[in-house]
Design a protein around this ligand. Sequence first.
Ligand code: ADQ
Length: 441
Amino acid sequence: MSAGVWPLVVVSHRGPGGDGGVAAGLDPLLRRTRGCWVASDGARRPYPVVRVPLSAAELDGYYRGYANEGLWPLCHGLVERALFRTGDWEVYRAVNERFARAAAQVAAPGGAVWVHDYQLALVPAMLRALRPDVRIGFFWHIPWPAEPIWRLCPQADAIVAGIAAADLVGLHTPDYAAAFRALVPPVVQVRALPMGVDFAGIAALAGQAATERRMRRLALALGLPGQRLILGVDRCDYTKGIPHRLAAVEAFFRRWPEYRGRVSVVQVASPTRVGMPAYDRLRRLVRRQVAALNRELGDGDWRPVHLIGRRLRLPQLVALYRLADVALVTPLYDGMNLVAKEFVAARVDGDGVLVLSRTAGAAVQLREALAVNPLDPDGIAATLHQALAMAPAERQRRMAALRAEVERHDVQAWLAANLAAIGVQLPAARRGRARAASLTR
Ligand code: ADQ
């Protein structure tokens, strides 16, 4: 197959501007290197985006079906939700082949190709066959489950073989890396490389006067002045544990009624995977649950829960992160969870408490968060009380430790480690203030 001109090619299902954590990490990379992005969609950017347009039938079989009804729930341990259809698998394989061919056409001779996530697990082996000259990195963004769960995937061996053709396989935590390593020969390079956030950029944005103005406007619009704030931010996905979290909020206000009228919860839950029945049902469930909670616990002046059912731009999110007394991050399972790290990066005031599931990949690094079990609403309620009652000195000590960790393992460190392993050296990053201006999502 003939080669292209790009020394670095990034391959992922969603392109720039897409929702979720993968696109958020790759956009800054492409802005500063001579690279090209291969994806099924994507907004216009100053760098080239090569699209692999997918038909409705392809999206059904490969994306909604095999990837999101099969691999996604299985890898999050939600076996009852997972289903693998042979027809979907065939479409998955065919679409992976299309991505592999597109990448093969644009990568320069001896170039590097970095492939992302569970939608594209077969691409490394397919690309290797087409272009033996390129170096291939692969990153798996979701949990890698324990072997007995993984074996429930009928195509388990084919998926592992597809990934293992890469020169480097990255996963977020030592546990996921160990679980994957156990399935492949020792020559395959498998590493735990926890993804980070743009700490300097988010901190610079959080420190701007405009952020303080946004904070005042948001607080007024939500009726928050004089209230303490508990904040949740998620794609509205069943792995994020939003219904369980709302049950915990209810338990909290019932067990400690003195917080009624003094504390409000803001839950930002942006629509995702719209049209898939499990997701459409979840959005309705969350809306009903919030309405019931507000009806039963609220009074004329005070609303316990504000639900924001849409995507916010980063400056708005950062203003909310800064307004919050507590960030409540309680996914059932999560590969990493970047929201927890963005909250920490935004707290340039050194204050705020992070409550975090033990089962988020981020919990391995964020040791000074208050750890909770997402399936234990009474335990979460008690932890919320602990967070709100915590002395300022302890809040600040914990936040300082969290900030040091999130700064050290930021997104640039993650990019540099992944790319160095496939022979790509990154130019030095620009510093905070300039980056704040370029955080446009
Ligand atoms: P996600 O499941 O999408 O990512 P997460 O890591 O939290 O989860 O990243 C979400 C990103 O989307 C964050 O940058 C956040 O700011 C943004 N976001 C979420 N809700 C938003 C909203 N309502 N409005 C605007 N922005 C919103 C997957 C895995 C994670 C893993 C990442 C990266 O499931 O476990 O951390 O990839 O590997």
